[in-house]
Design a protein around this ligand. Structure first.
Ligand code: SF4
Length: 557
């Protein structure tokens, strides 16, 4: 953790984080300012006499202010787009007008690899009930039942999932009733999600809804026993092939990966996932609910891991090995780390000197704005501002604040499942092992959040909007801004490279050791590209000021 403020460093931009924060907020009408000032925070960490560091409180997971041009999406996007979209053998039907399904069709780069062409893979398809006016007036349940039947006839899938969009809840279509009837009729698992876009305040509500339904309808169906070092990887969505690299590392270590939620996943993996001995959580925001519910019902504990960054990957593999506390596994893990590290060091030697000292801003999703700081640190780059679209306070300030978080009216309608231990399948020995490991100092369910790792006085901004992004870039002139497709071109027109950390700019993978090397290369290519020095035409005042003197120009021939 660096205690050095990015705003008091060697940068030529004379601005303090406090004054910049005031400037961002002063542009708003009074009422808007009052709301936004809770979400725009200077990361001022205070230590008490005993050395305990407290972080500032941030406002998060609250309603977006109308008209501010937010980065956020909706609950349907969080449920269907993020959690269920990556599972290749479930037919996912969007119940609604065509837009929601169409715009989310193959736009997230969650890859999959069916072992052979004989295996189901429905991901290239977009299934929709394509609601019309008369379905809004007379209801869409009949059309939905017909769509489910038609999908079954054509594809004979193992399961069909139905995702509600905005009008579905408003007109009162009961997708759960239709799903139950079709399950009975077709003899396959059919289940629905009430993930209408207006539920909650962002994608986050959709994650929670998806977690609940997958847990209720699929997890626990298959009680086949697993290998001796069995884990689930929760919250890894195989963007650009990230999960493929992690799968490879785990396999080489001899670790039995039961299920990934949900990159490169299948229905059967979810159904058997409760038999894993340990849950490893990557994206805390989207999947911590399943981790908690599985622990209560079946016993396996969970730990936080991060496979973004070579150092973080090595640390996560060691943490898994430490849990199982088996010499053979520890040796295998160390062997894999030693095989991978020489190439990482070699790449760092090339790219670090070219990137060192450059300053990055990260505004993405609910976990990457934190995880990717590891990779930038490996390149010697500083993160001077960061924030999430839809994270909650625990993702910023750490899970210790969970008891203090008040659920507001906008999120109260997201169901909290009550889960009890399964009398037949609760595995007391997993629980007993966890308690014993905990006594020995091993930490479960621990996540300190993004702010603890951010530099002192860096700006942390929740649900950043267009005005704030533009002002940050104009005032701080970062060397790199990380966000998504909606921001990319607005940012680059300001002369600053924008790395998409959702789609990876169609590159990647970036997870694990090989992924880290890919990332170093692509960031170097981006921040050191010549094009950024060509934004101003040569006759503009700015270009003249920055032009090399004639004596420094090499003349050949
Ligand atoms: S907000 Fe509603 S209409 Fe828009 S994508 Fe989400 S579910 Fe569809």
């Amino acid at each position: 953790m660096s205690e050095h403020s990015p705003f008091d460093d060697d940068s030529e931009v004379a601005v303090t984080s406090e004054s910049l924060r005031d400037d961002l907020l002063d542009a708003y009408p009074k009422k808007t300012r009052r709301k936004r000032e809770k979400q725009v925070v200077v990361n001022h960490k205070q230590a008490d006499e005993s050395g305990l560091v407290s972080l500032p409180v941030i406002g998060a997971n609250t309603r977006t202010i109308p008209g501010v041009i937010t980065q956020r999406g909706c609950s349907y996007a969080g449920c269907k787009g993020v959690i269920l979209g990556p599972t290749r053998d479930i037919v996912n039907i969007t119940h609604g007008p065509i837009g929601c399904g169409f715009y989310s069709w193959l736009t997230r780069r969650n890859q999959t690899l069916a072992p052979t062409d004989e295996h189901d893979n429905f991901m290239p398809y977009c299934f929709s009930t394509d609601m019309q006016d008369e379905n809004i007036i007379f209801g869409g349940e009949k059309k939905l039942a017909k769509a489910i039947e038609e999908a079954y006839e054509l594809f004979k899938p193992k399961a069909i999932a139905v995702f509600s969009t905005c009008p579905v809840g408003l007109i009162g279509d009961d997708v759960h009733q239709v799903a139950a009837e079709m399950k009975e009729k077709l003899g396959i698992n059919v289940f629905g999600f009430s993930c209408e876009g207006y539920k909650g305040v962002s994608q986050s509500a959709g994650h929670h809804i998806a977690n609940n339904q997958i847990f209720k309808h699929v997890v626990g169906e298959d009680n086949t026993k697993r290998g001796k070092w069995s884990i689930n990887l929760l919250g890894e969505y195989n963007i650009g092939g990230d999960a493929f690299l992690i799968e490879d590392l785990l396999q080489r270590c001899g670790i039995d990966l039961v299920a990934t939620f949900s990159g490169n996943s299948t229905y059967d993996q979810f159904a058997n996932s409760h038999m894993a001995q340990l849950n490893c959580v990557m994206c805390h925001r989207s999947i911590n609910y399943v981790a908690d519910m599985m622990e209560k019902k079946y016993g396996p504990p969970w730990i936080k891991v991060n496979f973004i960054g070579a150092k973080a990957t090595a640390k996560s593999l060691r943490k898994i090995a430490e849990y199982f506390d088996d010499q053979e596994l520890t040796e295998k893990v160390e062997a894999v780390i030693s095989e991978e590290y020489p190439a990482v060091f070699e790449a760092q030697e090339i790219y670090k000197p070219r990137c060192e000292g450059k300053r990055a801003m990260l505004f993405v999703g609910g976990s990457r704005a934190h995880h990717y700081q590891e990779l930038f640190a490996e390149l010697g780059m500083k993160t001077i501002a960061a924030g999430y679209e839809f994270a909650h306070r625990d993702d910023y300030e750490g899970r210790d604040v969970l008891p203090d978080i008040k659920v507001d009216a906008d999120s109260r309608n997201i169901e909290e499942l009550h889960v009890d231990a399964d009398p037949d399948h609760y595995r007391g020995n997993d629980r007993a092992k966890a308690i014993e490991r905990e006594r020995a100092g091993y930490k479960f369910k621990e996540y300190d959040g993004l702010m603890a790792d951010m530099p002192e006085k860096a700006l942390v901004i929740d649900d950043i909007n267009h005005h704030e992004s533009e002002e940050l870039i104009r005032r701080m002139k970062p060397d790199l801004f990380c966000a998504g497709i909606k921001e990319k071109y607005a940012v680059q027109k300001m002369g600053v490279p924008c790395k998409q950390l959702h789609s990876y700019d169609y590159g990647g993978p970036y997870a694990g050791f090989q992924g880290a090397i890919n990332f170093y290369k692509e960031i170097d290519r981006m921040v050191n590209a010549k094009v950024w020095s060509m934004i101003q035409p040569p006759w503009s005042d700015e270009a003249k000021q920055n032009a090399p003197s004639s004596s420094s120009i090499r003349r050949d021939g």
